[in-house]
Design a protein around this ligand. Structure first.
Ligand code: ASP
Length: 310
């Protein structure tokens, strides 16, 4: 099956077949990451620019590693060290980068829709590495790869996503992708952090996190996105931790073999206790490991997949 997308802007646009192809391709790349020489010539001669206007540890590093393991030339630009600080517009920055003929731009930006804006204006492929509170497709895909690896399937899983749903691009990308794959998605958080009408996208919505956790197969905990909240949406962090944090007691409500995920960065003691973050049910570093394989798959597929040199 061939991949028909030039850009990866969100999971909203991905069909079930697209998601399966991405996850299968990522699975086939995983083996490369355990070799002693972790490099194949697949994307030799391709140029990838990582254009990051927001802070990132895992996403930026793993896109860079993914490109390098496929032998592409990868260049990183962070806004704070670019001409953005001299007042250049996004469109001008992009056109200048385009003039250097990259094949793929991987972009993170605080404005929802920024990668879509670039995709309309540039010749190269654009991959969204997180746009505001909108989407973070590669995160949802690596989450699903991890679920599939541990649970053997995605269809039929009960997945609880807990925390600051309103400002989380991770929640939105997972919601689109998981419902498309036949999982049940339960969203939970304080009323001020649940966007009105989100149930129309096919989620169950709870303000009591125990209801979301009960019998769940997978629990995804989210950080409070203080950088995206105009005003304080909670009384105190201590109170938040008490009512909306995952701890060994409320985790017992989930299935015995439930797994705990977090996209990072974690705020230990707030949305997740260290007992759980480091406990036997956590798969948080497996997510990070799978992030490299998923990003290799995305770069490979938008670069032409089967047509790319093997
Ligand atoms: N790393 C994820 C993101 O960029 C989650 C977070 O920052 O809390 O959206």
């Amino acid at each position: 099956m061939s991949f028909r997308h030039k850009h990866i802007l969100g999971t909203e646009q991905l069909s079930r077949e697209d998601i399966e192809l991405i996850l299968d391709t990522a699975d086939s790349f995983k083996e490369i990451n355990s070799r002693e020489i972790k490099k194949v010539p697949t994307l030799r001669g391709k140029t990838i620019i990582n254009l990051f206007y927001e802070a990132s540890t895992r996403t930026r590093t793993s896109f860079e590693i993914a490109g390098k393991r496929l032998s592409a030339d990868t260049i990183n630009i962070s806004a704070s060290a670019s001409s953005v600080v001299k007042g250049e517009t996004l469109e001008d920055t992009a056109k200048n980068l385009q003039a250097m003929a990259p094949d793929i731009i991987v972009m993170r930006h605080s404005a929802s829709g920024a990668p879509h804006y670039l995709a309309k204006r540039l010749d190269c492929s654009v991959i969204n590495a997180g746009d505001g509170a909108h989407e973070h497709p590669s995160q949802a895909l690596l989450d699903m790869l991890t679920m599939r690896q541990v649970k053997g399937r995605i269809e039929g899983l009960k997945v609880a996503i807990i925390g600051d749903i309103a400002h989380s691009r991770v929640a939105r990308s997972n919601l689109y992708a998981l419902t498309r794959m036949g999982a049940t998605v339960r969203l939970a958080g304080p009323g001020t952090m649940i966007p009105p009408g989100i149930e129309r996208l096919g989620a169950e919505v709870h303000t009591d996190i125990n209801e979301a956790i009960r019998d769940a197969d997978v629990i995804i905990m989210l950080r409070i996105q203080l950088e995206r909240q105009g005003k304080t949406l909670l009384p105190t962090l201590r109170e938040y931790a008490r009512f909306y944090g995952l701890n060994p007691q409320n985790l017992k409500l989930a299935k015995d073999d439930a797994i705990v995920m977090h996209p990072g960065p974690m705020n230990r003691g707030v949305e997740i206790s260290s007992f759980v973050a480091d406990g036997p049910q956590n798969v948080i570093l497996d997510q990070v490991e799978n992030g490299v394989a998923v990003r290799m798959a995305l770069l490979y597929l938008v670069a032409g997949g089967e047509q790319a040199e093997k």
